[in-house]
Design a protein. Structure first.
Length: 174
């Protein structure tokens, strides 16, 4: 039987790998190449920046903070880039980062979720670090979805609502 702690770890992996990452991939496929580094204004980030940032954040909080790998993050560069890698390169890096994070979460002993770590100068439990990384990913996914809809004018069809009001996944993972 799965404990609540194990369910949390399993669900966190599922959200990153089976829900959020495929949605990012769909957006990036639909986004015209010239819009990857487009910013609506000087205070906003381009999808390219958000992809760099998601990779950096998951690596910092899960791979480094929870998994113990060396921190290699250059956070300022995630936001200052005005151009750079292609969509395919950025997605390859994000997929690899999420896969590595999912491997760490799969191997993690649920009994250690209350253990403390210091990540980016913040003392946090392992559970808190995972929760932060997953909810943080979700927030930036929302931005990527919005930018994609803004630039393409397309309904991404992630969800369908039946006549009875029930919501169902409206797309299939490639």
């Amino acid at each position: 039987m799965s404990t609540p702690a194990q369910h949390f770890l399993d669900h966190s992996r599922q959200l990153l790998i089976q829900d959020y990452l495929p949605k990012v991939e769909r957006c990036v496929v639909l986004l015209p190449a010239e819009k990857l580094w487009w910013r609506p204004n000087g205070q906003s980030n381009a999808v390219g920046n958000l992809l760099l940032h998601l990779s950096g954040n998951v690596r910092e909080w899960i791979i480094h903070g929870v998994g113990g790998a060396t921190s290699v993050r250059r956070r300022r560069e995630e936001f200052s880039a005005k151009s750079g890698a292609s969509a395919a390169q950025l997605m390859k890096a994000l997929r690899a980062t999420c896969k590595e994070a999912a491997t760490i979460l799969k191997r993690l002993d649920a009994a250690c979720l209350a253990d403390c770590r210091v990540i980016q100068g913040i003392e946090v439990t392992i559970l808190g670090a995972i929760y932060h990384a997953v909810e943080h990913f979700s927030g930036h996914l929302g931005q990527i979805i919005y930018i994609t809809k803004l630039c393409t004018g397309k309904d991404l069809s992630f969800w369908t609502v039946g006549e009875d009001g029930a919501v169902a996944r409206g797309w299939t993972v490639p």
